[in-house]
Ligand binder design. Sequence first.
Ligand SMILES: Cc1cc2nc3c(=O)[nH]c(=O)nc-3n(C[C@H](O)[C@H](O)[C@H](O)COP(=O)(O)OP(=O)(O)OC[C@H]3O[C@@H](n4cnc5c(N)ncnc54)[C@H](O)[C@@H]3O)c2cc1C
Length: 427
Amino acid sequence: MAQADVIVVGAGLAGAAAALKLAKAGRRVKLIEARERCGGRAFSKPYRGEGPLLEYGGAWITPWHHRLRALVAEHGLTLRPRHEVTNRLWLRGGVLHADGAAAPQDVTAHERAIARVAADAILLKKGITDNERGERLTGITFRDYLDRLQCPKATRDVFSAWWTVSGNGDHGLIAASEFLASCSYDNGLAEGMIRFWSDTVVPGMGVLAQRMIEASGAELVLSEPVTGVAQANDGVWVSAGDRRHGARACVMALGLNQLKAIHFTPALPPAKQEAIARGHGGCSFKLWIRAEGVSPGTLVTGSGSGIEFAFAERRADDGSTLIVAFGLMQEANRPGEPSWVKEQVAMLFPNARVLSHDWHDWVDDPFARGTWVAAPAGHEAGLDAANWQPEGRIAFASSDHAREQAGWFEGAVIAGEDAAGALLGIS
Ligand SMILES: Cc1cc2nc3c(=O)[nH]c(=O)nc-3n(C[C@H](O)[C@H](O)[C@H](O)COP(=O)(O)OP(=O)(O)OC[C@H]3O[C@@H](n4cnc5c(N)ncnc54)[C@H](O)[C@@H]3O)c2cc1C
């Protein structure tokens, strides 16, 4: 039945890494992708259609993302260090402050909350899930965790801002551990997360995915959304509407929320089905804003709603500044509306003149259905790599459930290579 040795479904970083590893091991690979482009949540395109590429999906890699760094070098791309944070401002009571997150009367309570978060983050890093206050750090929502901290509003606001770039989901749904794990990069300090977003790929992460796929020599089928996967004794059939593709084995390189669209025959075991049905809740928005009157290197956090995190990331070619901004996709927020974005920027950068903005709506995107992985509190096991071992001739690869660096590009590469390795014996 085989038209290829292995079919890889999904041309994101995980699918690209799987295709490359399989091809290097001598397998004939067919790569089937729903979109008309490769890269998935790595999406590099010019700002509003003009100029150099910008990252509309993921962007930053850390110093310990060794597989990605090796791939960047192997495929002839380079790295650009992130602009240093040269100016840190906090929005408090509608006014910008440069002297810290908390008002003088709140500084002690603020520092106490920071120390508690740091202690919990370090516990979690050591694999200890219960803190000294008897809280289970992996089972508690971010909202409950903050409520129990009993910290000043300003402290809560600043944690909420860092949440938009870590836990990135409904405060009442997503596990506090998503935030604490990111705090643990820098001795437990939320403020330190950005220190480790050290580089972006030039010209773009999407280009890396494309080059990896080209190097694999895989037969690439674009604009073909897969709807079903069926296993037979000697192989798999992958269907996309009324078209069928056969192979000896298959890598499903789809994110957790994307697997909802796939019908498996035979059905997947209950633990996988439950994880797919629940999905993950990653739902930040990421905006690129072009503005005048803002110095690159300025980092501003907001007051618990709207745009909560904004970093003046670099100068654009025309001398204006590109600000990257995050908030949560919630009803009150309207990241697609220029007037709303202008209102938000006016609070965070009072001297700025907004020229335009651009973004991609990942939550509404049918082939993403969310941003980066955010585990619902109490259901982290569904996202554990142990739950995503192969089923017969089908292996699963996604950053969402990678055994290491889940949620990052690095996790996608690790998961893709793991899945390819698992199929070498039967393909
Ligand atoms: C806004 C944003 C910011 C982020 N920031 C960072 C960051 O700074 N650093 C970092 O490391 N990571 C970041 N991430 C996360 C990173 O982008 C992802 O972890 C990674 O790209 C996921 O790769 P993947 O291959 O596992 O999944 P995906 O990239 O989602 O790949 C899945 C592929 O499958 C395709 N597909 C979906 N459904 C079907 C179907 N039915 N049939 C066929 N194909 C299908 C999709 O189109 C896609 O190409 C960010 C993500 C977002 C959205």
